[in-house]
Design a protein around this ligand. Structure first.
Ligand code: NAD
Ligand code: DAU
Length: 333
């Protein structure tokens, strides 16, 4: 199979590209990534000499670039997106352009090139917050932030291309991922790095908001199953079944690193901060035989070790974005 992966220099995309190339020795991947602040050639530097991996720097909203990439492949997995909620609150422009217009451009091109499959990577955030219980794939969309709203918009457009144009679209909606190569603006890498440097961990609000943590390689396995065995037009939730409040998560990180809980610094809450995410994963379990394998504490420990070992990777990012990190360390103001 020849596969287009968009956003393959980002966190989940780079883990997925590596996972697929290792698992399927005959597969070739065209990796289209704009290399925004979140994209990093260093995430895929081990693939530089791999003849089955072609990297193209380009924008998913640029039709010419997308058509050139699509012409080379049989199927596509779209990870490319603006992904950080806080950034979407500061400015939504790039989110609308990439997440909505970019996805539309990819769908038009997939239609033209008659791709055999188009997996669109969405998020559990499109369902919004749920105080108890969990969302199924039939639940309505109720996003809160410009990020999750742009992802919900993309989902609807993707589904419409299946219904109207018969583009073989499948959507995945996963919970919060963690693991190696995650950009250190997201809570786990940010808190691990701050703790390693004995800097404050800026916990938003009362710290009681709940997230369902999914190890990135479990998500890669789920997306692989969806790509190969999923049904056109369907949506699959993917969750880690590890629900933790942010304060519980923070304490675990500090405990694993042998650091004091005095590093926790309560800061102003995120505007419209979703209280709890939870997805019901019965469908992917029953239809595709997927369940998360990772034991959360082991995967978190392995992730922490990865950040300890790969200090040059995150030091380079921090040095390039010093002002941003300064703001994070001293609160949201
Ligand atoms: P990330 O921010 O680490 O990486 C995004 C990648 O997309 C980067 O490499 C960036 O350069 C690239 N990109 C951005 N705009 C682009 C454009 N216009 N054209 C081409 N490339 C562009 O993101 P991630 O955390 O790996 O998330 C990947 C996907 O998974 C996203 O669609 C996100 O919404 C979804 N998702 C993420 C999580 C999570 O917890 N990280 C959970 C559920 C769903
Ligand atoms: O649920 C899936 C989503 O998970 C993905 O679609 C998004 O792309 C991804 O960014 C993530 O969104 P969250 O907003 O849940 O992730 P984030 O790491 O930003 O925050 C996780 C929780 O931690 C959230 O409740 C806010 C809190 N937090 C976050 C940061 C960055 C803090 O308390 N302090 C912080 O500094």
């Amino acid at each position: 199979m020849k596969l287009l992966v968009t956003g393959g220099a980002g966190f989940i995309g780079s883990n997925f590209v590596r996972y697929i190339l290792k698992k399927y020795p005959s597969y070739r991947i065209v990796n289209l990534d704009k290399l925004t602040y979140a994209g990093n050639r260093g995430n895929i530097s081990d693939l530089n000499a791999n003849p089955r991996h072609e990297f193209i720097r380009g924008d998913i909203a640029d039709r010419t670039t997308v058509d050139e990439a699509m012409a080379k492949v049989d199927a596509a997995v779209n990870f490319a997106a603006e992904t950080h909620v806080d950034r979407s609150i500061a400015s939504a422009t790039a989110f609308i352009k990439t997440n909505i217009s970019g996805t539309h451009t990819l769908l038009e091109s997939a239609r033209k090139h008659r791709l055999s499959r188009f997996v669109h990577i969405s998020t559990d955030e499109v369902y919004g917050s749920i105080p108890r219980g969990s969302f199924t794939e039939k639940s309505g969309l109720n996003p809160s932030s410009p990020y999750s709203s742009s992802k919900a918009g993309a989902d609807l457009i993707a589904r419409s291309y299946f219904i109207t144009h018969k583009v073989p679209v499948i959507i995945t909606r996963s919970s919060n991922n963690f693991g190696p190569f995650q950009y250190p603006e997201k809570v786990i890498p940010l808190f691990v790095i701050n703790a390693l440097e004995d800097k404050p961990l800026p916990l938003y609000g009362n710290g009681l908001n709940v997230r369902d943590w999914l190890y990135v390689l479990d998500n890669c396995e789920a997306i692989d199953k969806v790509l190969h065995k999923g049904k056109d037009g369907e949506i699959y939730n993917i969750g880690g079944s590890t629900h933790l409040s942010n304060v519980e998560l923070t304490k675990k990180i500090l405990e694993m690193l042998g650091k004091s809980s005095k590093l926790i610094k309560k800061v102003d809450d995120r505007p419209a901060h979703d209280f709890r995410y939870a997805v019901n994963c019965t469908k992917i379990a029953n239809d595709l035989g997927w369940r998360p394998r990772a034991i959360f504490d082991e995967a978190l420990a392995a992730t922490i070790t990865w950040y300890e070992i790969n200090k040059p990777w995150w030091k380079k990012i921090i040095n390039n974005n010093y002002r941003e990190y300064y703001r994070k360390q001293y609160g949201r103001a």
